[in-house]
Design a protein around this ligand. Structure first.
Ligand code: SF4
Length: 477
């Protein structure tokens, strides 16, 4: 066993709420960390005032991405995994009206979100475009100040820990890049999922791995189901109409079901032609990202903006490719997804503020393509080839959300990412990977180079592309 920096599947797939992993979940985690660390040296009761300063992309698109809301919810001690999403609006309104916040629901202090959450769109902190500074003013005129960076997918790095924040573990099969995975699999005869499972046992007991993966699946499934059955207009002021429920109504026809499992069963029982199957994939993906845009509960995979791709491709597999809905297939799929996502985190980026949308939709499509290929009986090399093909055709994709909201182009883009994942898998399954000219290792390197060359206005700043060419006038929230 070698010692290596490694990332667990559960670091890549996380239960949270929309709309953004970097702009909602990351700041949420940063505030939690700030309060936790402050309490190691001071008591909560010593805080008399608090300000949060947002920089770079967090400031430019933070309002549309719900950064300010996430900060308030975190300050009052809510958890993204468990908060009742229908209570979010009233909790935020209460703080805004009272101009008071109860830290961790224990210690009230004066706090006006319009004044105490400060946006600095023209300033960028040194380490990453998503920087935030939290300052607590304590009694006796002391201050507690810390700087954090939300580096994508909900990951947070504290200033001063930029080079030490990566998790270290001794894994039976350490993999720094896809080539390592391929070598281990060839040496052991393991599939990707089998190998990842063995690595995960270093962090969790087998029962917990299984249970936690199935919990992730439950959240994904519920999210798709809710999104397919919730009509209306999305929040934020763009007046974006939810389309998944209308597509769904036409596709599901007159089927009867009482819950998500019966719903999946009814889809599996029906006969759909090629066009309808494609529509189902799009519908599944739209459903998740409409829920994400509405602050619904989603699985970050590897980000929230791209949360629809993996559930859509997994449901495609379960509904249209398999004889039975088998928990083992779901577990295998998620293990492969998590592993492929980790290579982008280690070798490139999963932050749109660093790499544009190729780092979100491109990565999720690559993850899903590999997982589908393994589930459809492809070899390890074919699964890696599918991941490579999916990313190859997302290279250079920019992030330019209209109005700073995770809606246009984000929601449709999940459908496109899912369809590309399916196509990439089909191509790989019909190919000999030994004849491939581009490896997954190489495409990850190229994606990173492309990210570094990309103009900043296409990196989640809403200063270019669709964001500046589609006129919108959003209300101040
Ligand atoms: S354009 Fe892509 S990367 Fe940017 S917010 Fe939307 S989904 Fe995320």
């Amino acid at each position: 066993m070698a010692s290596a920096e490694q990332i667990s599947v559960f670091d890549i797939l996380k239960i949270g709420i929309g709309p953004s992993s970097s702009h909602t979940m990351g700041p949420w985690r940063a505030i939690q960390r700030f309060l936790r660390e402050l309490q190691e040296h001071h008591s909560l009761g010593e805080i008399v005032a608090l300000q949060v300063h947002l920089y770079g992309s967090l400031a430019k698109t933070g309002k549309g991405h719900g950064t300010d809301k996430a900060i308030l919810l975190s300050l009052i001690g809510e958890e993204p995994e468990t908060i009742e999403t229908q209570t979010i609006a009233s909790k935020i309104d209460q703080i805004k009206i009272q101009k008071k916040i109860s830290l961790l629901s224990k210690h009230p202090i004066p706090f006006d979100p319009a004044v105490d959450v400060v946006f600095h769109p023209q300033e960028v902190l040194p380490y990453h475009p998503n920087g935030m500074k939290v300052i607590a003013h304590l009694s006796h005129r002391q201050e507690w100040e810390r700087t954090y960076y939300s580096v994508g997918g909900g990951f947070v790095v504290k200033e001063g820990e930029e080079t030490t924040a990566i998790q270290s573990a001794s894994l039976p099969f350490p993999c720094h890049q896809p080539q390592d995975l391929l070598s281990h699999c060839m040496a052991t005869g393991h599939s990707i999922a089998q190998l990842v499972w063995e690595n995960e046992t270093v962090w969790r007991k087998p029962d917990a791995i299984r249970k936690n993966l199935l919990e992730i699946w439950e959240v994904m499934k519920d999210c798709v189901y809710r999104g397919c059955h919730t009509k209306g207009t999305l929040p934020g002021g763009l007046q974006t109409v939810r389309r998944a429920p209308h597509m769904h109504e036409k596709l599901i026809r007159d089927k009867h079901y009482q819950n998500a499992n019966e719903w999946i069963h009814s889809i599996r029982q029906a006969t759909y032609n090629f066009q309808e199957t494609l529509k189902w994939i799009s519908c599944f993906a739209l459903a998740v990202n409409e829920e994400n845009a509405a602050f619904g509960r989603v699985v970050t995979a590897p980000t929230n903006g791209a949360a629809g791709v993996i559930p859509a491709v997994l449901l495609y597999d379960l509904c249209f490719c398999q004889k039975e809905v088998d928990e083992e297939r779901i577990i295998r799929f998620l293990l492969v997804c998590g592993e492929i996502g980790s290579y982008y985190k280690k070798g490139a980026t999963i932050s749109a503020a660093m790499g544009g949308c190729q780092a979100e939709i491109g990565v999720s499509s690559s993850m899903a393509a590999a997982a589908l290929t393994e589930n459809l009986g492809g070899s390890v090399a074919q699964a890696l080839m599918a991941a490579e093909i999916a990313m190859e055709h997302h290279l250079g994709m920019t992030c330019d959300p209209v109005g700073g909201l995770v809606q246009i182009p984000c929601i449709e883009r999940n459908s496109m990412g899912a369809i590309k994942a399916v196509t990439a898998s089909q191509l790989a399954l019909e190919s000999n990977p030994q004849e491939a000219k581009v490896s997954l290792d190489k495409v990850i390197q190229v994606m990173w180079e492309t990210a570094q060359d990309m103009n900043t206005k296409y990196k989640e700043t809403s200063e270019g592309g669709l964001a500046t060419n589609i006129p919108v006038s959003l209300p101040e929230c």
